[in-house]
Design a protein around this ligand. Structure first.
Ligand code: PEP
Length: 255
């Protein structure tokens, strides 16, 4: 973590867990445990059906509610999809884009790409798939203002946009498996991501972007992972469903 330049963010990803009533109960349980956070920001990304209950339950606390996916179009004939405006109106502050376990047809191939054994598989990933994930990310950054086309955007605007993004490095083999990257691996990759950001957006923007590690981060290994200079937080699956474990991770991020 490097608090001087960037936010520390611990985000839970509940995936397909908890009904609205269960979501309310879990957040009520978490609230007192998370009330003493200092600088660490806390987000719970919950299923679409839980958003309303979660926003209501989190009111008056420092917990922000996020969604687990979002479509890049403003509206249209996309069965089962959700737009940025729909989420925003419910009080959603963050959205996960391109998570490997998202079932949506537009994000699943990302997972296939990551599961591929080598670079050739990665290179052979169809471009429209990458485009759809990046379109979603772009729509999220614009928070509903929807650009006409890439070419219309100035470099300055691109830098402003990227500052709104939180990046999560998640080795696919570590998600939900109980296997965690070593602290060195996690820091090395987060640092390499920052190098790419520096090249594309400049040193100042790169220095300010939060890069999380995700992949079986838990109450036991969080302190060590979060102590790495380029690991600015965590995207937490399983451990975010247990109030005490999530609170311990947040506590580690506040050290
Ligand atoms: C995740 O949901 O992104 C994740 C990393 O899950 P887990 O912490 O369970 O590995």
């Amino acid at each position: 973590m490097n608090r001087r330049y960037r936010k520390t963010i611990i985000a839970g990803n509940w995936k397909m867990n908890k009904t609205p009533a269960e979501a309310k109960a879990l957040i009520e349980e978490m609230k007192p445990l998370l009330s003493k956070t200092k600088w660490c920001e806390m987000v719970l990304c919950v299923p679409f059906t839980d958003i309303q209950a979660a926003v209501k339950a989190a009111k008056g606390s420092k917990i922000a509610i996020g969604a687990e996916n979002m479509h890049f179009e403003k509206s249209g004939a996309f069965t089962g999809e959700i737009s940025a405006d729909m989420l925003k109106e419910l009080g959603v502050k963050y959205v996960i884009i391109g998570h490997p376990s998202a079932v949506s047809t537009s994000t699943r191939p990302t997972s296939l790409r990551q599961e591929g054994s080598g670079r050739s598989r990665e290179r052979s990933a169809p471009d429209p798939v990458r485009r759809r994930v990046s379109d979603r990310a772009r729509a999220g950054r614009y928070h509903g203002s929807y650009p006409q086309a890439d070419q219309d955007r100035s470099a300055e605007r691109a830098v402003e946009d990227i500052k709104k993004v939180v990046i999560a490095y998640e080795p696919i083999w570590a998600i939900g498996t109980g296997k965690t990257a070593t602290t060195e691996q996690a820091n090395e990759v987060c640092s390499a991501i920052r190098d790419c950001l520096r090249e594309k957006y400049g040193a100042r923007a790169a220095r300010g972007i939060t890069i999380q590690y995700g992949g079986s981060m838990n109450a036991k290994n969080a302190s060590e992972l979060l102590a790495q200079p380029d690991v600015d937080g965590g995207l937490i699956g399983g451990a975010s469903l247990k109030s005490a474990d999530f609170a311990t991770i947040v506590e580690a991020a506040n050290q």
